[in-house]
Ligand binder design. Structure first.
Ligand code: NAD
Length: 478
């Protein structure tokens, strides 16, 4: 049985309740985590506040914080094999993908460790006799609620910049995937992170998560997950006038013009929907193709798509199982509904022989042409399902790309640089890639949504602004 980490102590829930840890690979429970709730969230927020007010963490200089973060990055790389195993078993993803996630987690700590003492304030010209400085300060206690699709990467993305800015953090990992967060807390402590700077409370979203979002002692909430829960979190934060960074869903378009370099585009387009079995907020889930090239392009994509293989982490194929039975049922519901509506299936990947019968494996499916009103054209499936649709011209491509409630990522594929730039400018999304795609990639690259995909920015140096506050200091010196 695992314990959670609060104020530098490992503990069970006060009422000893637990939750099973179930592997998506075979549907079997193999461990337990504490079912923390409001009581444990109170303890964690209190521990974080004390770390800032009376603890070693609050006294550290920015340079010292940077050193600790760098040490964490190194520690993580020293344990990359062990962490890879934990993450692969917890999420079901292929070993190579899990390993990459751990390397990215470490990279976040390297990047923000190096940035910690390079965040400066400003001096503002003002009336004679006054010196005005704009100080950049930590917000205080920051709350972080993360989903199950990239548990390790999400820890790095949200916790590393928060710590770099000197906040004390409370992390609520997803109930399906808490193990990497717990081992991470242990390693971070060994690397010198003082007690209370990071607190990890495991438990259900509607219990521990809701208690954290509603807690009057937090100064910011960073939430990554579904739109439904994002709305609840924002409502809870509003009652305490707490700032929110929300990273929600996506329905990201791959916009392919007839002059695209298909040798380059096709493998990247397939990977962008297959990666993590499509359980990626930035999955390229819509393939929009210029009408005259539609048949030729989808034929090329179908050939690669049909070769996709799904298996266990140890098989190390293109993707693993889905996260849980609800997720499998959801994805199959979309596939069955589209088939029943007569939407043509252009290709399907295969589930490898020998996968355990209790696992949550879905067949990757390419549909097209998908009617613009079909659920597959505008709703987030969060699975390995790609919807191909033709467009008439540049204006139609832009209208189609912008025609969902989401606006997270987009890609434009064209050898015409002027057109690629015009379309990239017109698409509403937080990141747009031209002749490339970076689903979730790029620690250095500011990332976040427009429209219903959320607001606020993570990654890159902009994350440090989100996770800090300014104070305008006006000093009259005569
Ligand atoms: P989810 O919203 O169900 O859960 C996310 C987290 O919120 C979990 O830790 C969960 O325990 C917690 N939670 C659940 N109910 C809560 C409540 N009432 N109050 C507070 N916290 C609560 O999402 P999920 O199913 O884990 O993840 C899938 C969704 O996340 C997809 O829509 C996906 O697009 C989105 N996502 C977005 C990004 C991004 O960066 N934009 C990244 C990953 C996932």
């Amino acid at each position: 049985m695992k314990k959670m980490f609060i104020g530098g102590q490992w503990m069970t829930a006060h009422d000893e309740r637990t939750l099973p840890v179930v592997s998506p690979v075979d549907g079997q429970a193999y461990d337990d985590i504490p079912r923390g709730a409001a009581h444990e969230i109170d303890l964690a927020v209190d521990a974080a506040r004390r770390a800032l007010d009376d603890g070693a963490w609050g006294r550290m200089t920015a340079t010292e914080r940077g050193r600790v973060l760098h040490g964490i990055g190194k520690k993580l790389l020293d344990h990359v094999d062990e962490l890879t195993e934990i993450e692969a078993r917890d999420t079901g993803k292929p070993l190579a993908t899990a390993r990459n996630d751990i390397v990215v987690l470490a990279r976040y700590f390297e990047f923000y460790g190096a940035a910690a003492d390079k965040v400066h304030g400003e001096v503002i010209p003002f009336q004679n006799g006054h010196h005005v400085s704009l100080l950049r300060e930590p917000l205080g206690v920051t709350a972080h609620i993360i989903p199950w699709n990239y548990p390790a990467q999400m820890i790095g993305r949200t916790i590393a910049p928060a710590l770099a800015m000197g906040n004390a953090t409370v992390l609520k990992p997803a109930e399906d995937t808490s193990l990497s967060a717990l081992r991470f807390a242990e390693l971070a402590t060994e690397a010198g992170l003082p007690a209370g700077a990071l607190n990890v409370v495991t438990g259900l979203g509607e219990e521990a998560g809701a208690a954290l979002a509603a807690h009057p002692g937090i100064d910011l909430i960073s939430f990554t997950g579904s739109n439904e829960v994002g709305t609840l979190v924002q409502q809870a934060a509003a009652r305490n006038a707490v700032k929110c960074v929300l990273e929600l869903g996506g329905k990201s378009p791959q916009i392919v013009f007839a002059d695209a370099d298909l040798d380059r585009a096709v493998p990247i387009i397939v990977k962008a929907i297959i990666q993590n079995a499509g359980q990626t907020c930035t999955a390229g889930s819509r393939l929009l193709v210029e009408q005259g090239a539609f048949d030729a392009v989808v034929e090329r994509v179908a050939q690669v798509f049909a070769k996709v293989r799904v298996g266990t982490p140890a098989m190390d194929l293109d993707c693993g199982p889905l996260m849980n039975p609800a997720q499998l049922a959801r994805v199959n519901r979309y596939i069955d509904a589209a088939r029943a509506a007569g939407v043509p299936v252009l290709a399907q990947g295969r589930i490898a022989d020998g996968v355990p019968s209790g696992g949550y494996y879905a067949r990757p499916t390419l549909f097209g042409p998908v009617p613009r009103t079909d659920a597959l054209a505008c709703e987030e499936v969060f699975g390995p399902v790609l919807a191909a649709m033709p467009f008439a011209d540049e204006a139609d491509a832009i209208a189609l790309a912008n025609g969902t409630p989401y606006g997270l990522l987009a890609a434009v594929w064209s050898e015409n640089a002027g057109r690629a730039y015009r379309v990239a400018k017109a698409v509403r999304a937080g990141q747009v890639f031209v002749n490339c795609y970076g689903a979730g990639g790029g620690v250095e690259l500011p990332f976040g949504g427009t429209k219903r995909s959320g607001h606020g920015r993570e990654k890159g140096l902009l994350a440090l602004e989100e996770l800090s506050s300014t104070k305008t200091l006006v000093h009259f010196h005569g």
